[in-house]
Write a protein that binds this ligand. Sequence first.
Ligand code: NAP
Length: 263
Amino acid sequence: MNDRKVAVVTGASRGIGRAIAIDLAVAGYDIVGISRTLESTSEKPGLLELKSDIEAKNSVFLPLEYDISDIINREIIVSKVIDEFGRIDLLVNNAGIAPEKRSDILETTPESFDKILAVNLRGTFFLTQSVSKNMLENINLIEGYHPKIIFITSISADVSSTSRTEYCISKSGLSMAAKVFADRLAESGINAYEIRPGLIETDMTAPVKKKYDAKIEEGLIPQNRWGQPEDIARVVVSIANGHFDYATGMIFEISGGMNIRQL
Ligand SMILES: NC(=O)c1ccc[n+]([C@@H]2O[C@H](COP(=O)([O-])OP(=O)(O)OC[C@H]3O[C@@H](n4cnc5c(N)ncnc54)[C@H](OP(=O)(O)O)[C@@H]3O)[C@@H](O)[C@H]2O)c1
């Protein structure tokens, strides 16, 4: 049995997940990173690019190349982590996708709807179910074991975007999943939290960067800047460090003040 804590981060190869993985390594976690890409391509970086960054923090890194929407993979993922480390202290459900093409709610296609929900909601839900069962099995077996689960949803869990309906629905559904997991697991000492990022500068938002640059200029975000992946990673580390241990089910909106209603 590994004495060090182990964090599983989905979507760790780039963007928000990558920053979370690195900051958790700094906080003393060994890291399991999941994405569909192991080796970098000309289009996107793979998990192996993260290896040296994690190892530089004196943490062990296990990259797992899996598509979380293929839910048959969930048991394999848990087995591989347990075979390697014997424990999962933190699951960060970060992997997510946006619609390939934005289209009005009246034109949303069944294909795009199914694809987005398969990753953001269904895949994430069933991976969490499998990890939760493993956490429950270990709860009385590992000394000082206080496992946690974090769901990265979005302000879109609550804010309407008529051109990204399927994304909003997926994040709204995931928000409820976070709440129900928090409720179900609380009595066993397993906490669950939701983080809702606002506009974060990553590959996901690159196609709409110019549009939102202009809106930020016009005052869209009270703190007047794009969020960075590290803004989210800092909150994950704070939760992991136990600063919110009496607050299971809590929702953190990290959006530079977009939560403030203005008159
Ligand atoms: N950026 C924002 O403004 C923003 C705002 C609110 C919420 N969020 C949420 O934050 C999370 C991270 O977003 P991001 O901006 O960092 O996105 P990103 O830069 O596009 O990165 C997404 C990550 O998820 C992985 N991934 C995607 N589909 C996957 C699948 N089916 N199975 C396994 N891994 C998968 C990607 O790797 P591969 O492509 O190699 O699989 C990549 O590592 C998402 O859930 C997103 O919805 C982002």
